[in-house]
Design a protein around this ligand. Structure first.
Ligand SMILES: CCCCC/C=C\C/C=C\C/C=C\CCCCC(=O)SCCNC(=O)CCNC(=O)[C@H](O)C(C)(C)COP(=O)(O)OP(=O)(O)OC[C@H]1O[C@@H](n2cnc3c(N)ncnc32)[C@H](O)[C@@H]1OP(=O)(O)O
Ligand SMILES: Cc1cc2nc3c(=O)[nH]c(=O)nc-3n(C[C@H](O)[C@H](O)[C@H](O)COP(=O)(O)OP(=O)(O)OC[C@H]3O[C@@H](n4cnc5c(N)ncnc54)[C@H](O)[C@@H]3O)c2cc1C
Length: 666
């Protein structure tokens, strides 16, 4: 039986100070008591699977051993999940996502299977194709990934070079990678794990190019796992993070697949080679929209992980004296520390709340598309792009801030903060590079601005442009509602400026595309301001909505958090607000005080708030952030696991050091 340790006294005191019911907040964040119970039950089962306990910390394994261990454990995880789902409901995707962290210390080599392979079959396949592939994929009788990016192109997917040439005689597509830059590069699990993939390739029929389309391709023999003839596949090697994600490369040489393997929910190729256009060619990009929406939720979770570690550590850690002759203080009592950490908690809440409504918007668009309606697709695309970009970027900054807030110990691998940073920062690039996605939203914002000038009715997320054009700027008040309006004014002002900059360049004789490039720094700033306005507005609205259904004590804390988020960003962007809204210097001075008051109000609840994220020690995997706060003991225990501590004298002493020292003495 595992030894039960005493909880650190500081943490005990912190938990006694908490003014709200932690469990109530956990249920709220999970989306209901039932979801929490299901999650805890599953995590508890995993906790007791002996084979999932690592004898040697993964960090000491070689690249190959680490990968093999990850495959071994993912298979066990999948079996445990199957058994669980036989007896009960199917687990919610977010609960599986969270539990995965307790098993795989980094990113699972199977991650893309459920993350993109299965969703693409659902989103892009016809009912017949779904009937053929989905049961096998869901049962994991076939394992797949999403192979889109190539060595030469990741962002500009219209420029992909893999070709799929239709041969009407045999009713097959012939896949080819004509150049080294045409090789697929990056897909997770592709290296040595998967036997299938969705390949995105340029379709050619009778010498004519029809753009990029998704194809299901079997790349390895199901029995021997050897690459099929005509397939060149392998792993791309070590990266900054994603150590066990098994990212791979893939090339094709005259590789034939049957016609039915092109996913044809949108566009189709008939037997005779006739191409039937879909309702909208951008529907081929549908899986990316779904993943971008999910990244907002992933960012909330990664921020919560880092906040939990850093807040608990800050409560346990004592360093320096505030006053001479008094004991060293808990570092959480330094206001600068609260400034670094409480925004991390609030940011996680902001992203969770944003995900709640964004996911509903996504489901509505999917439902509409089923009825051949696509009116809300452009707005969803614009929202998912800028919110993916901003949430992943903010999460990266926050995780690094939490690591720095843990001082030297934050640099230890055993704090888990370096690994969390590794996968958080990757999200800024994957699924659409940060700047590129901000520019996609900017494209939408320029059109929206034009429509606003023409007096048209705008989609809800940009309706503030019409208000801004119609009304005088509202008299400033330091209330959350008016500050949110202020963020909208900043966004509207920057959108107008970017639009005017483009017009100026066009009037000076530039092509629209060159004018766009010349204005693009302003365009991304406009897009960022729009994201911030959306995040603050959505977070405030959701908090007001939920506050009426929770206990008054919890409502009060949720209110402190949303205010902190809004005031924090007001002070961070005060320069913009001074330019574009009616805020005055005096208002900013008042808000500085308000911010300090909010830090003080949140202080007694800080540990309670991170406890409410309910992230188990197995998931956190952090010497600094465990529930019991045994920071120093755990750091020492983990250090003792180093293979270098397993022998009193390392052989390198006899081989190199001793002769070296002897020589130095002569
Ligand atoms: C168990 C532990 C696990 C731990 C794990 C931890 C973390 C992991 C978490 C999650 C991981 C999940 C997955 C990770 C893997 C990541 C996988 C990938 O990266 S897959 C590859 C992703 N690739 C991209 O995102 C490519 C980005 N590029 C594009 O999307 C496009 O090329 C483009 C930039 C959008 C431009 O496209 P295009 O040139 O065709 O279009 P434009 O000419 O610019 O615009 C035309 C028109 O189309 C509209 N539009 C564009 N995209 C869409 C869309 N998706 N939907 C709807 N409409 C779209 C655009 O708005 C234009 O409209 P208009 O202005 O009206 O003309
Ligand atoms: C960890 C990880 C996992 C991944 N997993 C997968 C996967 O499973 N499947 C898959 O298919 N892909 C995957 N990818 C690839 C990923 O989707 C691409 O790397 C990403 O879309 C960025 O494309 P790129 O690498 O071509 O960057 P580039 O586009 O080459 O970006 C380089 C720079 O150019 C700038 N730039 C490019 N175009 C423009 C423009 N139009 N305007 C202004 N600036 C521009 C960018 O802002 C950036 O600063 C993964 C990547 C990573 C890092």
């Amino acid at each position: 039986m595992a030894t039960v340790h005493k909880i650190n006294e500081d943490l005990v005191k912190e938990r006694q100070k908490c003014t709200f019911n932690v469990q109530e907040l956990t249920y709220l964040l999970d989306g209901g008591e039932e979801v929490t119970k299901e999650r805890r039950e599953f995590e508890n089962i995993l906790r007791n699977v002996k084979e999932l306990q690592d004898e040697v910390p993964e960090v000491y394994l070689s690249h190959k051993e680490r990968y093999e261990n990850a495959v071994r454990k993912t298979c066990i995880l999948q079996n445990v999940r199957n058994d669980f789902e036989k007896k009960r409901e199917v687990l919610s995707p977010r609960n599986i996502f969270r539990a995965g962290y307790a098993v795989i210390k980094d990113v699972s080599p199977f991650f893309l299977h459920n993350g993109m392979f299965v969703p693409t079959i659902i989103g892009q396949g016809t009912p017949e194709q779904q009937a053929e592939w989905l049961p096998k994929a869901k049962a994991m009788a076939i394992i797949g990934t999403y192979a889109q990016t190539e060595l030469g192109h990741g962002t500009f997917i219209r420029g992909l070079e893999t070709t799929a040439t239709y041969d009407a005689k045999t009713e097959e597509f012939i896949l080819n990678s004509p150049k080294v830059t045409s090789y697929k590069w990056w897909p997770g699990g592709l290296g040595t794990t998967v036997n299938h993939c969705i390949t995105v390739a340029q379709l050619y029929i009778n010498g004519k190019k029809y753009g990029i389309h998704p194809f299901i391709v079997q790349i390895r023999d199901l029995e021997t796992h050897k690459p099929l003839p005509g397939i060149k596949v392998g792993e791309i090697g070590p990266k900054m993070g994603f150590a066990t994600a098994n990212n791979g490369f893939l090339g094709f040489q005259n590789f034939r697949i049957p016609r039915k393997n092109m996913l044809m929910k949108n566009a189709q190729v008939l037997k005779d080679g006739t191409f039937v256009k879909g309702m909208n060619e951008k529907l081929t990009y549908g899986t990316m929209v779904m993943v971008r929406v999910n990244i907002v939720s992933d960012s909330a979770f990664h921020t919560a992980m880092a906040a939990t570690i850093a807040v608990r550590y800050a409560a346990v850690r004592h360093q320096s004296q505030l006053k001479a002759k008094e004991p060293e203080v808990q570092i959480i009592d330094y206001l600068t520390q609260q400034h670094k950490l409480f925004i991390a908690i609030a940011t996680s809440h902001a992203f969770s709340n944003t995900y709640t409504w964004l996911y509903q918007a996504y489901l509505k668009v999917v439902e509409d598309l089923g009825k051949q309606k696509q009116d809300h697709l452009p707005e969803l695309h614009a929202l998912s792009c800028c919110l993916k970009a901003t949430s992943s970027r903010d999460a990266g900054v926050i995780v690094e801030q939490c690591r720095l807030a843990c001082g030297g110990h934050g640099y230890m691998a055993s704090s888990n903060l370096p690994i969390i940073y590794g996968y958080t920062t990757a999200a800024i690039t994957y699924e659409g590079e940060h700047t590129v996605l901000l520019l996609q939203t900017a494209r939408y914002l320029m059109k929206a601005w034009m429509s606003a000038l023409e007096g048209k009715v705008l989609a809800p997320s940009v309706a503030y442009l019409v208000d801004w054009l119609k009304s005088d700027k509202q008299r400033w008040q330091n209330t959350p509602e008016v500050i949110v309006k202020g963020f909208q004014h900043v966004a509207a002002g920057k959108i107008k400026d970017a639009f005017d900059a483009i017009q100026k360049h066009v009037k000076a004789g530039k092509d629209y595309e060159d004018a766009w490039n010349l204005a693009s720094v302003q365009l991304i700033k406009a897009s960022e301001a729009h994201s911030r306005a959306i995040l603050c507005d959505g977070y405030l609205r959701e908090t007001v909505r939920t506050s009426s259904s929770v206990s008054p004590s919890l409502a009060k804390v949720l209110n402190h958090l949303v205010q902190l988020y809004i005031v924090y960003w007001t002070l961070e962007t005060a320069g913009d607000l001074l330019v574009y809204s009616n805020i005055g210097k005096d208002d900013i001075a008042v808000l500085k005080e308000k911010y300090e008051e909010l830090l003080a109000l949140i202080r007694p609840n800080a540990v309670g708030l991170v406890d409410a994220f309910d992230i188990s020690d197995e998931i956190l995997q952090s010497t600094l952030g465990s529930y019991d706060g045994r920071v120093y003991e755990r750091l020492m225990e983990e250090a003792m696991k180093s293979p270098l501590n397993k022998e009193p004298v390392n052989q390198s002493f006899h081989k190199y050091l001793k002769p070296f020292i002897k020589k130095a003495k002569l």
